[in-house]
Design a protein around this ligand. Structure first.
Ligand code: BYC
Length: 330
């Protein structure tokens, strides 16, 4: 359904005069901060935009397990292993809440999975970068989950009810993820010179990919104008990026690490940190499928899906058998 809808999605936002009565009533609800629920009327483009964003978000949670899952067997202590295992498991749960939210819009998880596997849907750019050493696990929790929290706290106020409610629970769990990441970074940054160097390297490599998670600049963002008018997004990409940078720089300083971008400077006038522009050509390349790990990540996801077919088939056969037994007993 999403694949069909996106083909008909129109460009540009309608003025009030161009709206039908239904569209005007819908926009009034949005303007009064009344949540839109699954059975409410909604414009097709609103539905398609939500399916795209929620589906992409769900895929990110699931694909996001891969860079960390890779380190479970190599965690330095039993405690770190247990923590990482719990975190990676949480990410699967987040994917499930989000696929369920997409289902309330009429799009099945199987269809979204098919679109991901065929390269027709995206997942967050950040997961196309490799995690090279143990400090990267700390940096992912701290920087990547930290960025996810900034984005998702804002999304708790998104206009679509099931998405907003999924965010509340996800944010609680993300906050544990970010803390465990920062804790691992503290151990490394306050440890031996070799450990500190690993922490610095992780920060240097993951800084720009993390600030690119918020999407292109507002000027380059294709969906922001309409998504903000519909309050699917309540803050712009650049606003969220700035908020994240402002909260993260003092955390870098506390760790005693060097700033990963020489342009990072407190600006008294704006009351924010100035920062250097990420390499946007790299970002667009990564989201087109040409990042360092895109091919690997997708191959792993497709393999996991195919390897798990027997579990899904078994569950479906059991459900059919139970349903048939229920009918026979009536
Ligand atoms: N990566 O018009 P724009 C986690 C695409 S998981 C890839 O600004 P929008 C975690 C965008 O789709 C957290 N693609 O888009 C999990 C569009 O392409 P199309 C993940 C990106 O949607 C496990 C084009 O660029 N969080 O933290 O208005 C372990 C133009 O962009 C990205 C979410 O998914 C990107 N970073 O705004 C550890 C949050 N950015 O479709 C951690 C939910 C942009 O036109 N999503 N694109 O071909 C959002 O809030 C919004 O979708 C975004 C982008 C702010 C990301």
């Amino acid at each position: 359904m999403y694949a069909q809808m996106i083909k008909t999605a129109r460009a540009g936002i309608k003025t009030r005069d161009e709206m039908s009565d239904l569209e005007r009533d819908f926009q009034d609800k949005i303007d009064r901060d009344i949540k839109i629920e699954p059975r409410d009327w909604m414009p097709d483009d609103y539905r398609a935009t939500l399916i795209r964003q929620i589906g992409q978000h769900a895929h990110s949670e699931v694909v996001g397990q891969l860079p960390e899952g890779n380190w479970i067997t190599r965690a330095p202590t039993l405690e770190r292993k247990a923590i990482l295992l719990a975190k990676v498991q949480d990410e699967a749960g987040h994917g499930l809440y989000l696929y369920s939210a997409a289902e309330t819009l009429g799009e099945s998880r199987d269809e979204l999975t098919r679109l991901l596997h065929e390269g027709k849907m995206k997942y967050s750019s950040i997961f196309n970068y490799p995690t090279l050493n143990w400090a990267d696990m700390g940096a992912v929790g701290w920087l990547v989950d930290g960025a996810a929290i900034v984005n998702q706290v804002a999304l708790q106020r998104t206009s679509y009810g099931p998405y907003a409610r999924a965010m509340v629970r996800i944010c609680k769990e993300e906050s544990f993820h970010a803390r465990q990441g920062y804790h691992a970074m503290m151990k490394m940054a306050f440890g031996t010179p070799e450990q500190k160097a690993m922490a610095q390297s992780a920060l240097d490599r993951l800084w720009f990919p993390s600030i690119m998670m918020f999407g292109p600049s507002d000027a380059e963002s294709t969906h922001s104008e309409q998504s903000m008018a519909w309050k699917i997004k309540v803050k712009s990409n650049d606003e969220l990026r700035q908020q994240y940078i402002d909260q993260t720089v003092p955390q870098i300083e506390y760790l005693g690490l060097d700033l990963p971008d020489p342009s990072l400077k407190w600006n008294e006038e704006t009351g924010h940190y100035d920062y250097g522009e990420p390499d946007w050509s790299e970002f667009f390349d990564v989201i087109k499928g040409n990042g360092p790990c895109n091919v690997d990540r997708l191959r792993n996801r497709v393999k996991a899906w195919e390897d798990g077919a027997w579990v899904r088939d078994g569950l479906m056969a059991h459900a059919r058998k139970k349903a048939a037994a229920k009918v026979a007993a009536q």
